[in-house]
Ligand binder design. Sequence first.
Ligand code: DAH
Length: 368
Amino acid sequence: MTAKLEADLTAAIAAAADLTALEAVRVSALGKSGAISDLLKSLGGMSPDERREQGPLINGLRDRVAAAIAARKATLEAAELDARLASEGVDLSLPAPPRRKGGVHPTMQVMDEMIAIFAEMGFSLAEGPDIETDFNNFTALNFPPKHPAREMHDTFFLPEDENGERKVLRTHTSPVQVRVMNRTNQKPAAPWIASGQEPPIRVIVPGRTFRKDSDQTHTPMFHQIEGLVIDKAIHMGHLKWTLETFLGRFFETPDVVTRFRPHHFPFTEPSAEMDVQCDRSGGEVKIGQGTDWLEILGCGMVHPNVLRNCGLDPDIWQGFAFGCGVDRLGVLKYGMPDLRDMFATDVRWLQHYGFSPFAAPNPATGLS
Ligand code: DAH
């Protein structure tokens, strides 16, 4: 009798297609009123001889059936897991969906493009704080004390601190030149802030800058990139080549024509502004064509006083520096009508002008 029951149960276990079916088989055999449980209960009513014979048979049956159910359960669970993993699988070789919610802000895009170009030329990156000492922002850069040039920058001054010092929101990235060159600098306040390096120096400094100014081409907060090269026997030819090479790569045309126009900055001598040739006839500025000129950056040879203020001997070290507006270059390259839109946080504008985060600019695969 137990042999027939065992054969039936073994067949039912093998036929159970899923865990629910298997559980039904288990209940019918080993549950409270299951077939094997009934047999076990019947042992109580047997004579001692009968029990001695039937006991091992019934217990053996129970153990084998329980083991068969456990084995089938493990098989079914493994199959179920495999099926679930297969259904949840992600094909990583598929391209990312073209619809994207976030994008890279044009300012960051332009900064990344500029950094990629200068990095390839061998420049490294330096950074300074937004809140700067009057010394680094003006004095060390050869702005005479109380000189109107300080006002020329429409400076945001902070209230006097306990030492009577008025810090400023930096009006340009040029104070980072001082931080990079000055080896007597106190320990920088944060690990990312540049501190004094031994020349030769070749750095670019991207960062936020601030001036009390707002119109179609000015915003109170904007971004600049500063460049500084200090070495022996550096001259304006190096400066001109560096800037022309940069502008050609940045505007992605071999036809960029530039000119130096004499200018004045307290921290360079001689000083110049660089213009690029462009065409304004269509109401839009086109670089690499036309006969108009557009001022694009300030530059010059680092003033001997600045070198001295930073503890460098101008008879040994010379250098050039330049500074240009990052947002402004973005406006020119990507044809935006108003600089203020850059910081208006209008989502439609950001979606229109934003760049894909999956396309980091690099000189090998292209900039934009
Ligand atoms: N700091 C200047 C400005 O904000 C730009 C500039 C001009 C930076 C000449 C330089 C430079 O390093 O040499 O207008």
